[in-house]
Design a protein around this ligand. Structure first.
Ligand SMILES: NC(=O)c1ccc[n+]([C@@H]2O[C@H](COP(=O)([O-])OP(=O)(O)OC[C@H]3O[C@@H](n4cnc5c(N)ncnc54)[C@H](O)[C@@H]3O)[C@@H](O)[C@H]2O)c1
Length: 363
């Protein structure tokens, strides 16, 4: 059963590719090659269009997200394959905020889906845990919360300076992400759904999340839903991840808790994510950043990007190809074909060759 809601299931697709900065430029081409290898035997007509948005363009032309880009992506593409943004030469990180948050917000990609699955028991830091113990989905609200940039400074650059960051939660925003999580649980026959907030301390937003959760859960009696405060959830996730199937929470908590979950399944190099508005052009990106400390060395781990492209295939309705992409990564892990971050000695190119060979043999 696919993890991601499908866009159209059509026979062809146009995919916008935004590699971005640093290792984004190294792992994204691997993901594209793997998609092509997985799609080739079924003769799926696929068009990739590359966009060079990132730090180089920003420094050269002072352009972050070009005018008209959002409409163009929305109207002319099925999906966006994204690498990572972030460059030490741009200390403000302005280009990354404009491009990535801009696309998430302006395309209204309100679902940030972060599936976590332990693909090989070797990679969890937990003791006595098997692959079946770590298989869960984190749904993070992706368009509101503390990330909307509402706030300001008062008496800036004085000893009395005050900085205010507002936490924005709309009833519509809270309801659609909670409902999406319940729908997902129902469709996938998953029983255990956990909504998490900090309603004991952040009482206004928390109260809204609690009321909406109560109303929506009443419509899904077959789902065994519960609430945990976010600090308790963090403890429980580390203690016994097997107790969770689906987690739904706000933008900030989801950002943090999904990184914790990812770490339990092998870390950033293996973590995929999808930014979705069901039925509309959506954006797929590995969880990791641009890793300037290893950029250009040819050792970036492409698994996160390849697993991400599997989510993109699911979104297109191409489930066999999606399955094959995940199997190619599993097989590489079984055969110890990994980059140094996972303890191996292979380069990005060597891992890429393994994956594309696997896909051309097994599709
Ligand atoms: N979605 C995004 O585009 C995104 C996400 C996180 C961070 N960033 C940006 O990336 C830059 C670096 O941030 P950071 O260092 O906090 O996070 P990071 O994910 O780039 O790197 C953290 C650590 O993990 C390692 N790592 C990450 N991905 C790896 C991979 N695929 N293969 C091997 N090692 C990998 C890095 O070498 C580094 O040691 C910053 O500018 C940050 O703002 C962007």
């Amino acid at each position: 059963m696919p993890a991601i809601p499908q866009r159209n299931g059509g026979p062809s697709a146009r995919i916008a590719v935004i590699p971005g900065d640093g290792i984004g430029k190294e792992v994204t081409p691997v993901a594209v090659k793997c998609i092509q290898a997985a799609a080739a035997k079924r003769h799926r007509p696929l068009e990739f269009v590359n966009f060079d948005w990132g730090a180089d363009k920003f420094l050269r032309e002072n352009i972050t997200l070009p005018a008209g880009a959002v409409e163009m992506l929305r109207d002319e593409f099925d999906a966006i394959l994204f690498g990572a943004l972030g460059d030490p030469r741009v200390s403000s990180n302005q280009h990354a905020a404009d491009i990535l948050l801009g696309l998430r917000f302006k395309l209204d990609l309100f679902v940030n889906a972060r599936p976590t699955e332990l693909l090989h028991a070797r990679y969890t830091p937990l003791r006595d845990v098997t692959c079946s113990d770590i298989r869960l989905m984190v749904f993070r609200e992706n368009t509101e919360g503390l990330y909307v940039g509402v706030g300001g400074f008062y008496k800036k650059d004085t000893p009395d300076e005050i900085a205010v960051e507002e936490d924005v939660n709309s009833r519509k925003g809270v309801e659609r992400i909670i409902r999406h999580a319940f729908e997902y649980a129902r469709t996938h026959k998953l029983k255990r759904l956990c909504m998490s907030d900090k309603s004991n301390a952040m009482t206004h937003a928390g109260n809204l999340w609690q009321r909406v959760f109560k109303a929506v859960r009443a419509e899904y009696p077959e789902v065994d839903s519960r609430h945990l405060f976010i600090d308790t959830l963090a403890m429980e996730l580390a203690r016994d991840p097997g107790q969770f199937d689906v987690i739904v929470t706000n933008n900030l908590f989801g950002d943090i808790i999904s990184d914790l979950a990812a770490q339990l399944a092998g870390g950033l190099g293996l973590a995929p994510s999808a930014n979705i508005h069901p039925g509309r052009t959506s954006l797929f990106e590995p969880v990791h950043g641009s890793a300037p400390n290893i950029a250009g060395k040819g050792i970036a781990n492409p698994f996160g990007a390849v697993l991400t492209s599997g989510l993109l295939m699911e979104f297109l309705g191409w489930n066999d190809e999606a399955h094959a992409l995940k199997q190619s990564v599993k097989s590489a892990l079984n055969d110890n074909i990994t980059t140094p971050d996972l303890g191996g000695s292979q380069s990005t190119a060597e891992v890429s060759d393994y994956l594309t060979n696997y896909l051309s043999k097994h599709m």
